[in-house]
Design a protein around this ligand. Structure first.
Ligand SMILES: [Fe+2]
Ligand SMILES: [Fe+2]
Length: 204
């Protein structure tokens, strides 16, 4: 069972090996869809903050929890620990170059998250803290949007070209292991429901 709703629904409990019928790109693309919904929320929050409008602290905290736990710990970790090394070995030139670039962008995203977290724990936010937060949040949105676009345009086709089918089945098993060890069973549903709740108030 993965972090994304579509596959979670398709995987029947009576078929624990159902995941071997899936494709790693399909899993990651579906998670990107959830991340795009999260990005709509964050983009709206960033614009409101940059305009010095109030965004409730609990909404910011919830959104950042999904950023840390879902976008980074669930999604980026699967790419970094599982997909990138296998692709870099299968495609030592083009694949290795793309994975290097994508891993560097993951580090850039984490730096921005740390910047956001440094501002968030402060008590009542001053105008300048709000504007700073909006600016860093906006940079995160832009970087993750571009990152997702590049993965879909360059990374996924290279996976299709370079990784043989048996290795893709191995990737899926490793995705499951990461999900179990890094995220915890059932947590993906909680993150999806937070995104859904926030989506009703932001980025509509
Ligand atoms: Fe990525
Ligand atoms: Fe991704």
């Amino acid at each position: 069972m993965y972090c994304h709703t579509a596959t979670s629904i398709r995987l029947a409990p009576s078929n624990p090996l159902g995941s071997i019928m899936e494709d790693p790109n399909e899993i990651l693309r579906s998670e990107h869809e959830a991340l795009q919904a999260l990005l709509s929320v964050l983009d709206d929050m960033a614009k409101r903050l940059a305009a010095n409008q109030l965004v409730p602290r609990e909404d910011l905290n919830d959104a950042m929890m999904v950023v840390v736990e879902y976008a980074d710990r669930c999604h980026c970790t699967k790419e970094e620990l599982v997909l990138f090394p296998i692709l870099a070995t299968a495609s030592p030139k083009a694949g290795a170059e793309i994975t290097r670039r994508m891993a560097e962008e993951h580090r850039g995203l984490r730096r921005l998250v740390r910047g956001i977290q440094e501002i968030l724990p402060r008590g009542s936010m001053t105008r300048s803290a709000r504007v700073d937060l909006g600016r860093i949040l906006g940079a995160y949105v832009q970087l993750l949007r571009d990152h997702i676009r590049i993965e879909e345009e360059l990374l996924f086709p290279e996976v299709d070209r370079s990784i043989p089918r048996p290795d893709r089945a191995r990737i899926l098993r490793e995705f499951e292991r990461v999900e179990r060890e890094e995220v915890g069973w059932g947590m993906h549903a909680a993150y999806h429901s937070i995104i859904h709740r926030l989506r009703e108030a932001y980025g509509t």
